[in-house]
Structure formats: C-alpha cells, structure tokens
Design a protein around this ligand. Structure first.
Ligand code: ZN
Length: 242
C-alpha cells in the first residue's frame, strides 16, 4: 500500500496542484490529509474541491474548525484570525458541510492521523519537541501516527527503551522496534525556510517514509492573496517559506 499523506494546504491552490501533479507520478493507492485544507490563502473553495476529487480521507485542523465556528478566534494570532474571517465569508454551504463532516482523529490498521496531538485533539497542541510527543505516543494504537500543524517536516522516534528522539530527518525506513510520529510539513505555507510545497509518501511494503518537495508558482499564489484583500504578509511569507 502506498499512501499519499499531506497537510496544511491552507487554500493555496497553486501549491496544491503542484503536489497533486507530483503525486500522479508516484502510484499512490490512497490519499490522506492531516487537516487545515483552508485558512490563509485565496482559494478555499477550489482546494476543498481538489481534496474531494482526490478522494482523500481528511481529519480536521484548527483552521477548518474555526472557519465553521467550532473553534474560537481566541486560539489564533491576529493575522491568522483575520484570514479566518475572510475564509468564513468565502465558503459555500457545501464547503461548510464538508468541513463539518471531518473527524479529529482517524485510525486504520496501518496508521493514525491527527492534526496537532492525540492528547485532547480538539485543543490542537503543537508538537515541537520530544516532551510534547510523549503523551501522543502513549495514546497510539498503531506503530505510526502522522501529524501536521507546525508546518515543519520532522519525525519523532520512540525506541524500545522508551526514549524519544526528535529528528529533522524526513526520509527513512521504519525499524520494527520503534514507534513513529511523522510531521508531513505543509503544502500551502511551509515554515522551515524552504518555500517549496511538502508532501509525504508512506509505502507499507517497503516500510519507507519519504517527504518530498515540489516547486510551484509562488508569485501567483502571493498575488492572489493580496488581490483578495487578505493581509500582504500572508502572501510575502510564502516567498521565504517562513
Ligand atoms: Zn496549519
């Protein structure tokens, strides 16, 4: 089984189309999205459409929830909050229904998905170091869990002695003695100073994780954000990937 796992599209259609194009060359069996389809960018409707066409299984992110009033704006920075207000005004009823249908956690025989962390998933905690990963490891019933939310590709490894390591290493083979939490990075707003769109492939036969990057038309995505009346800084950050 080859899973295509991606996160944090954030209404960036140019980045998402580049990732979909890259996935088409990868013989993917099933697409999974770790949340935040919308928020920040200028194309929420089209990004929801693309996710549906892919047949992706999607879990809810904090922006997805805030855009349908399931999460308070108090959670967000002023910049993020202003983008949520814009997105709320630019969704159709169908889009709201789709976002409302998303669950917070998904689990199958191969893997678990959650946007932030498994402990209190509706609080969307940020998993940025080994300590923050400990509770989620304790709650996992599968050997591997995929997350998003920080927009920084990374992995956490818990070894057979229960030690947890944080790695920025993003392509590796699974060792059967370990458990893993993999952050797949962001399609539409990378924050690791690499502006290219991130996407992950998990091959269960080869026991291999790969996170790849693909270039896209950043200038068009940036210009659309500014032309839509969203904050200029939300467009400018795409250029530096931060
Ligand atoms: Zn996000």
């Amino acid at each position: 089984m080859r899973y295509g796992i991606f996160s944090d599209v954030h209404s960036n259609l140019e980045a998402f189309e580049a990732v979909i194009g890259a996935y088409r060359k990868e013989a993917i069996d099933k697409y999974l999205c770790v949340g935040d389809v919308v928020g920040y960018g200028a194309d929420p409707q089209s990004c929801i459409e693309r996710v549906k066409v892919l047949g992706a299984l999607v879990v809810a992110g904090n922006h997805d929830w805030a855009c349908i009033d399931l999460l308070s704006l108090d959670y967000f920075s002023p910049n993020a909050g202003s983008a949520i207000l814009w997105t709320r005004a630019n969704l159709r009823d169908n889009d709201r229904l789709f976002l409302r249908s998303l669950k917070l956690v998904y689990e199958n025989q191969d893997l678990t998905l959650v946007h932030g962390a498994l402990n209190n998933p509706r609080e969307f905690a940020y998993m940025e170091d080994a300590d923050a990963a400990e509770e989620s490891f304790g709650l996992m019933r599968t050997r591997i869990c995929f997350v998003g939310h920080t927009h920084v590709p990374a992995s956490f490894i818990k070894d057979k002695n229960n030690r947890i390591y944080y790695h920025r290493q993003i392509s590796f083979y699974l060792n059967q003695d370990n458990k893993y939490i993999v952050n797949v990075g962001s399609v539409g707003q990378p924050r690791d100073r690499n502006p290219y769109a991130a996407y992950c492939i998990y091959d269960t036969d080869r026991k291999e994780i790969q996170i790849k990057r693909v270039s896209y038309d950043i200038e068009t995505a940036r210009k659309k954000i500014i032309d839509a009346g969203l904050l200029r800084s939300l467009g400018d950050r795409l250029v530096i990937g931060k």
